[in-house]
Design a protein around this ligand. Sequence first.
Ligand code: ADP
Length: 609
Amino acid sequence: MRQPSDRRSDSEPGPAWFARLRVGPALALVRRSHPRGAAAGIAITLIQGLLPVLLLYTTRRVVDAVASAGMAVSRDAAFRQALIWIGAAAGCVLLSAVAGLAGALAREITGQAVTDSVLEAIHEKAMAMDYAFFEDPHAKDILHRAQSQAPYRPAGVVQSLGQIAQNAISLIGVGVLLLAFHWGLTVLLIAAAAPSLWIRFRHSERVFAWQRKQTAAERRSMYLSWLLTTDLHAKEVRAFGLGPYLGRQFSAIRSELRKERSRMAVDRSIAEAKAQVVSLVPLVGVLALIGYQAVGGALSVGAMVMFYQAFMRGQAGVHDLADGIARLYDDNLFLTSLDELMALEPAPRPAPGGAGATFAQALTLDGVGFRYPDSQRKVLTDIRLTIRPGEKVALVGHNGCGKTTLVKLLLRLYDPTEGEIRWDGVDSQHLDPDSVRRLVGVVFQDYGCYNTTASENIAYGDVRAEANRERIERAARLSGADAFLSSLPHGYDSMLGKWFDDGEQISIGQWQKVALARALMREAPIVLLDEPTSAMDPYAERAFFRRLLASASDRTIILISHRLATVKMVDRIVFMENGRITESGSHEELVRRDGGYARMFVALGESDA
Ligand code: ADP
């Protein structure tokens, strides 16, 4: 996996604040997710921004009309004039209310669309990533930062953008009005808001850097929370009385995080209070100036009211604009993480148009060696192995000798760091990974238990045949799952697991049979089984292998197992020690050789099983 930006040290200062206030990407995100909502939002925002300015103007006309009515020849005519402006002002207020509601609605609908489209983009990216991504803590930090804020941040981005646009438009209008009085007013207006804006930026910058640094701690606390609240570990947590212990660890981490967050919030409040005091100076000056001009008769009463209100409105507008910008700036932690996630590229893949894998002659491992990313330890060394179609091969060895790693390489979840894996002579690195995976039906040691219907659980092996009940049942018969699935209240349509209503909890051995059925559903030329019967009783295990061998004489079987009775059934046993193949042959040959394989089974007391 290539990680262009995430290797940046977390303590390294980010780019300057103005570079990170990326209105452009935020707007693009909204436009991509809901173009019509974005267009409606812009139109409504424009109206919302202009209405306060219109209201100021109509208010001035109302006051002036009323003030001059006393001197007018016809009081009725003057009153009618005032009424027209009162009507216009009322219209502005009404329109403002309607536009406010319409704007809130547009933002809410657009916000929901942006949220869903961000979640979909995160899912798509996660699906496109290699398996290595999920074993890399640094990549998980990036995913966490984007994912944990994805449910609410996108809506926040929409709100912030709306707030910025609306206040910017109002401010331009108010600024133009104030210019009519004195250009200095506009400058003072901005000067009054500057300290608060600067403080918000500084705070956001600090929170941004801190949150990046704290992602691992935050993720650890989420992990503890997950341990305490999900069913996966509920049994062990109770059996070992782990709840209070894990709960204390959670509280300790959260309390540290909270302390730092509170410290930052207090610092910010103190600085903001100082900024408010500082911003009072230009405010007082401006008000005094307007009052002085009015008393001197240079301004009509209406104009004085308008300038006073315009300045107050401008003050509120600058504050709200600063608030919107600061919010968008806060959203940047999320937007940056989203960008970082989207910029991650899967590990080297074959060039576009890479060939599809075939398995008509041989699967060859030629001098294969492997180190996990970020690890110095060589897990596999010089693996040489050729498997031909129809062969039944068992990989045997002590825990940690590299069998599962070999399975990951065969499925191209990782590429070898040395040597080649060739499918019909073609190096797998030149092959489309999906085409390799289509050749294999696999059961992993940690197989999935999906909380879906039994038939879906099996159909996941080949979703294109989801509706083919005949194939699903055939796979289940072969794995031994058919008997108990048929007897469930809704047969294959029964919900499995306890996540959803009417779910049937089946035993671990039964789950394993369902996983086996899923692998067999694929009807692939290779069946790759990593400890496929570890949870089954010996009868079920033996019966399964007999059925499998009888029904799949043309299929290749690669089996990892510690059960001698099963291993003895295959053509060839490959024995691994410390990441190397040390012995290879039939069971009888390896027992005669009296090497590691024989010792392993003698030690197990199963030599003549
Ligand atoms: P086996 O299946 O034979 O029990 P594995 O292939 O799972 O063994 O593991 C072989 C070695 O690789 C072990 O020492 C294990 O610690 C190491 N290993 C497995 N997965 C990873 C990983 N994601 N990162 C680093 N090392 C790993």
